[in-house]
Design a protein around this ligand. Structure first.
Ligand code: DGL
Length: 278
């Protein structure tokens, strides 16, 4: 049993899809969420920059006495996870492997589509993980750089002409390949479920990094006997790196419920030094 909080971070609000699932699976946990809303999106940046941002995010979260950190960002999970894991003493988990495993196991025709940010697709990490679990799988990756800015700006509803056109452009090559499984390799994409499944049709199963990542973390904490006590009271504390002004309205859409808990702004550039290093 471990009542210390879990630190969760993303480049923006997408990681809240992981928090939503964690609130459902582990309602007694205390969650400290950092959304780097001042620097989103990460996905078009170089590995060096993503790593620098990830270290600052972890340095900030490490100022709390945490039991684990969940990288609720496909981009950081695919480009920086191994490096930061080797640098910090805290257990750090990512969202990519569990989603890849799920896709590898559920595909029937071994044709798996993968969508994510440019950095995630270029990393080849999802392909490596999928092949660990299914050597026969054919994987078709497409980078979707416009999805994150559109989602962060609230343009994710089915029927919105802008998102529909962009989605059709990205997804059409995958549809033509005849995939039966599609990995949503970015934690912002569950908000596009309706648009994506509307275009791909019923025969394609969507695998969400948000849901799978949260399940994976719950399993790991349970194996380590590190879940919060039965009588513990769950809570959420949110930090953002840009103004807090619009956070609650947009965040409630990602969370699927009103935001309860404090929302504060943090000056992330000042977290250049690790708090707890290996
Ligand atoms: N939610 C992040 C991810 O999972 C978005 C990346 C970005 O900021 O470009 O990749």
């Amino acid at each position: 049993m471990d009542n210390r909080p879990i630190g969760v971070f993303d480049s923006g609000l997408g990681g809240l899809t992981v928090v939503r699932e964690l609130m459902h699976l582990l309602p007694r946990e205390r969650i400290i969420y950092l959304g780097d809303t001042g620097r989103v999106p990460y996905g078009g940046r170089s590995r060096e920059t993503i790593l620098k941002y990830a270290r600052q995010d972890i340095n900030f979260l490490s100022t709390f006495d945490l039991k684990a950190i969940m990288i609720a960002c496909g981009t950081v999970s695919t480009t920086a996870l191994d490096t930061v894991r080797s640098e910090y003493a805290l257990p750090i988990f990512g969202v990519a492997e569990s989603a890849a495993k799920e896709a590898a196991e559920i595909t029937k025709n071994n044709k798996i589509g993968l969508i994510g940010t440019t950095a995630s697709i270029q990393s080849g990490a999802y392909e490596r993980f999928i092949h660990q679990y299914n050597k026969e799988a054919n994987i078709y990756g497409v980078a979707c750089p416009l999805f994150v800015p559109l989602v962060e700006n609230g343009r994710f509803q089915k029927g919105d002409p802008v998102i529909e056109i962009v989605a059709a452009e990205y997804l059409d090559p995958l549809k033509k390949r005849g995939i039966d499984t599609l990995v949503l390799g970015c934690t912002h994409y569950p908000l596009l479920d309706g648009v994506i499944s509307g275009f791909m049709g019923r025969g394609v199963t969507l695998v969400s990094t948000g849901t799978q990542g949260a399940r994976f973390l719950a399993e790991k904490l349970s194996q380590k006997d590190a879940l919060a006590a039965e009588n513990a009271e769950g809570s959420r504390h949110y930090y953002v790196t840009d103004s807090t002004e619009n956070f609650s309205r947009l965040a409630s859409i990602f969370l699927g419920c009103p935001v309860s808990g404090l929302v504060e702004q943090v000056s992330i550039e000042s977290y250049d030094r690790p708090h707890l290093q290996k």
